[in-house]
Design a protein around this ligand. Sequence first.
Ligand SMILES: [Zn+2]
Length: 216
Amino acid sequence: MIKFHPSQHMLKVFSAGDLPLSLSLAMSAHIELCPDCAAQAERFEALLSEDIWQEHDVENADFGDMLQAIMAKPLETQIKPTVPAKVMTHIAGKDYLLPTAFRQFKELKWSGFGAISRARVISDEQNVRASLLHIGKNGRIPEHHHKGYELTLLLSGCFSDETGTYHKGDFIWIDGDKSHSPYTEEGCLCYAVQDAPLHFVRGMSKVLNPLGNLIY
Ligand SMILES: [Zn+2]
């Protein structure tokens, strides 16, 4: 059961099509797994299109203008769940079914360091890096924090950190200085978005830097 969801504000911005691709992907994938957020996003979208109609004088409507106003709403950054199509990826000896939002990334290239593997998805949104991350059985990411934010959407398996245990579909947003050390017993697959490098709290940088570079 999903316990962690995006904020109302984020759902509204997503419904207006105003999120960057990195976060829009996370929202689309979460909505595919979460009927509650799917219903809310639909409601926001309906309200938004009502607003567009009310902005125009329907009595003297020029439908060309109205259509133009609707088309002018920024939708290009928003990926909506459409007809489900299977998107698989193979990592650590296992096939994973990905949410349909990821089907635009046909050739995922995995790189690994220890128990952790990463397939880069987005790296051209200023400082933002978005990747699929796989952590193998009994894998741990050493304790770290970020200067910016870290969003983790859990796609398969479960993991725990200092604040709790997370399950498939959980949308976990960590801001700023909170440090954590995710651990998974059975292995897990996540979609992760960060806007700053990882800072490891303790340990040798010689060992940890390659891991930090892999994840961010
Ligand atoms: Zn939700």
